[in-house]
Design a protein around this ligand. Structure first.
Ligand SMILES: Nc1ncnc2c1ncn2[C@@H]1O[C@H](COP(=O)(O)OP(=O)(O)O)[C@@H](O)[C@H]1O
Ligand SMILES: O=P(O)(O)OC[C@H]1O[C@](O)(COP(=O)(O)O)[C@@H](O)[C@@H]1O
Ligand SMILES: [Mg+2]
Length: 529
């Protein structure tokens, strides 16, 4: 049976461990950035996360804002087929909505002609990238361009169908490829791309099997796709086409595109896949091929810059609840029970943070962005002892990339060149058992690693909708003549981004962000440094 000292989750204020740790509570101080992260992604508090560098801006120049805006506009301009083929002709879109005629009340006294009303996006429509006006650089979570934190508008291009298209559907051969690790929703996106392509009138649609490898492995042949083939694929997880890491070089991929006659390529993948997609786009331009390369960001880690979230993330957080709840029940039902759950997150702790917030059952959330000690008076282990003393059980949620500095480096990489991590969950489990044994306190430690079970899930309803919108917009982007772009949600609207802008580094949890602070408030954990 559980301890009867405290039955409620969370600690009474008077007992808060952080009383003893208050000077190091991250809610009230600026956390040190781990050198591993600081070295790669320098963190400048008063700098917008999407501005490459504000160091070069002369803020005494009265025109600095205009110059900044011009530069921003330039950076976020979407590469278009007309950049390479200025004479490329457009045709009226073959995509139409089922309901074309608006209500008369929308245009009082003046019915528009049916041809004037298709619900298309205007080329110049924009989505505002940042929506908060911070009145001070010290406002919580403030991202400022200049020291005065002036309001600077930053716009990206609105996604959606355009009235003019740059590919004749009968001349299109479209291909879809899914790369990297699995993620809930891959089949939903594949399905929607196929369905939307068919609505435009495309009949030649193929899938490239097993990621980029499918472009070079002679054993692997393209998979014909149609509405009939993809009709029910969203009902299961995984990818109809298969995934892989590593694979051929860019030149070989573009050779294969030429050979197969593919002129629209939809690439579903994370940072690495998008780096590949951008290289393919550049190589196609070099070879003067009229090809559209469109990305759809797929990463369960949610680590793509500038986007509200990536598909599959919601499902992962939801599915993680089952593991956390099991860990909680095990811990709560054991004498001095400690549950440890490891969740995915190579560089970023978004899943761990959100799953901890959602569950209300986590006492300690550990993520790669926030350094911690396991041992020592301020370490995780002595806090676990404290939790056992005051409430009889505890649950830890750890992201796989957290605390890697505590483990022996392997120098091993996967086929894509990503560092292969040692298992931080196993390490915490072993050290916790050892620690309690050493101090002569009974403990019952249970470790749950649900990572692959989470990743293999089918998308939940909200991700299902999200994937549908992304898949449709990917096709609209290709027909509009763009290439080297990707599609994402931005302040609940949908936008196109030039690929380099979203993959310059993985998006990280900001240890000074309100969300991380909310997570700390929810768990009640102190700083472990
Ligand atoms: N910098 C890069 N340039 C070109 N291709 C890359 C690059 N990084 C990774 N890739 C390729 O992208 C694919 C997926 O990359 P990976 O990092 O495994 O997954 P993800 O795209 O999900 O992050 C692999 O086939 C890999 O070879
Ligand atoms: O075992 P695998 O297939 O390499 O996948 C593990 C990795 O996949 C991830 O989910 C991220 O992969 P992606 O970047 O491909 O989405 C990481 O969290 C994890 O390290
Ligand atoms: Mg990746």
């Amino acid at each position: 049976m559980m301890s009867s000292i405290i039955t409620l989750h969370g600690l009474p204020a008077s007992n808060r461990y952080c009383d003893a740790f208050s000077h190091s509570n991250p809610r009230f101080m600026t956390m040190a950035v781990p050198s591993r992260i600081a070295g790669v992604f320098p963190k400048v508090k008063s700098q917008s996360s999407n501005s490459k560098s504000t160091a070069a801006i002369d803020f005494s120049d009265p025109d600095w804002k205009t110059k900044f805006n011009d530069e921003f506009e330039d950076r976020f301009r979407l590469p278009h087929v007309t950049d390479i083929f200025p004479d490329a002709a457009s045709i009226p879109s073959t995509f139409c909505h089922n309901v074309r005629t608006p209500r008369a009340s929308d245009f009082p006294g003046n019915y528009p002609l049916d041809e004037d009303w298709h619900g298309y996006i205007n080329e110049n429509d924009r989505v505002l990238l940042k929506t908060i006006y911070y009145s001070s650089p010290t406002s919580a979570g403030a991202e400022c361009i200049d020291p005065g934190c002036n309001w600077v508008e930053q716009w990206v291009h609105r996604a959606g169908p355009r009235g003019k298209i740059y590919f004749k559907p009968e001349e299109v051969k479209a291909a879809i490829v899914t790369c990297g690790g699995l993620c809930p929703g891959l089949n939903d996106v594949i399905r929607q791309i196929v369905i939307t392509l068919e609505i435009y009138g495309v009949t030649k649609i193929v899938g490239i099997p097993f990621g980029y490898r499918g472009f070079s492995d002679p054993e692997l042949t393209e998979v014909p796709l149609s509405r009939r083939v993809v009709q029910n694929i969203h009902l299961s997880g995984g990818s109809l086409l298969g995934v892989s890491r590593g694979g051929p070089g860019v030149s070989e991929i573009v050779d294969s595109l030429e050979e197969k006659g593919i002129n629209m390529l939809f690439v579903l993948g994370g940072n690495g896949t998008h780096a590949g997609a951008n290289a393919i786009h550049n190589e196609c331009r070099k070879r003067r091929l009229k090809v559209s390369i469109i990305g759809v960001p797929k990463t369960i880690d949610n680590d793509i810059l500038l986007m509200d979230k990536t598909f599959g993330f919601d499902t992962a957080v939801e599915e993680a609840q089952r593991a956390i709840n099991s860990a909680y029940i095990e811990a709560h039902s054991a004498y001095h029970g400690i549950g440890i759950v490891k969740l995915m997150g190579r560089d970023s702790g978004f899943i761990a943070m959100h799953a901890s917030l959602a569950s209300g059952q986590i006492d300690i959330c550990l993520i790669p962005e926030v350094p911690f000690n396991l041992h020592g008076p301020r370490g995780v282990l002595s806090y676990l002892k404290f939790l056992i003393e005051i409430k009889g059980s505890a649950v830890v949620c750890v992201a796989e990339g957290a605390g890697q500095n505590l483990l022996k480096k392997t120098n091993a990489t996967d086929a894509s060149g990503n560092t292969t991590f040692r298992d931080i969950g196993v390490y915490i489990q072993q050290e916790t058992k050892k620690y309690f044994k050493e101090i002569g306190v009974h403990s019952d430690v249970k470790y749950i690693d649900p990572t692959y079970m989470i990743r293999a899930c089918r998308a939940n309803a909200s991700d299902g909708i999200f994937c549908t919108v992304l898949g449709q917009n990917a096709v609209h982007g290709a027909f509009a003549g763009y290439s080297g772009i990707t599609v994402g949600a931005c302040n609940t609207h949908y936008a196109y981004f030039p690929i380099p802008e979203v993959i310059s580094h993985p998006k990280l949890v900001d240890s000074n962000s309100r969300m991380w602070h909310r997570c700390l408030t929810a768990t009640g954990q102190p700083d472990f440094i």
